[in-house]
Design a protein. Structure first.
Length: 107
């Protein structure tokens, strides 16, 4: 697929932080809209940063556009996941415990 019409070369803003306050890594493509099923491949990403460090930079990336069937499949699966999550969250309501049987004192 590399080199096909559905691949777009672009720049990505990279923000990586590993501090006591935050642990995150974000790659934000510039000047392009990401749609369901699209894949972003960032080139020359740093593989590790030290604790207490924050790194912000720009890197080359390839955006691989999803075709119509892939896009539909991702949208369909996300709807199912949301429905499943909503259903399981509503089923987890706490149920009252039945009262424990009282024991009669022995004579």
């Amino acid at each position: 697929m590399i080199g096909s019409i559905r691949d777009i070369e672009l720049l990505c803003s990279i923000d990586i932080e590993q501090t006591p306050e935050s642990l995150h890594a974000h790659a934000i493509p510039e000047d392009v809209e990401i749609r369901p099923g699209d894949v972003v491949i960032v080139h020359d990403m740093p593989t590790a940063i030290g604790f207490g460090t924050r790194l912000t930079c720009a890197r080359r990336a390839t955006l691989r556009r999803a075709g119509p069937i892939e896009r539909w499949w991702v949208e369909f699966r996300s709807i199912l996941e949301i429905t499943s999550f909503t259903r399981s969250a509503s089923c987890r309501s706490p149920r009252p415990k039945p009262p424990s049987p009282r024991r009669e004192p022995e004579p």
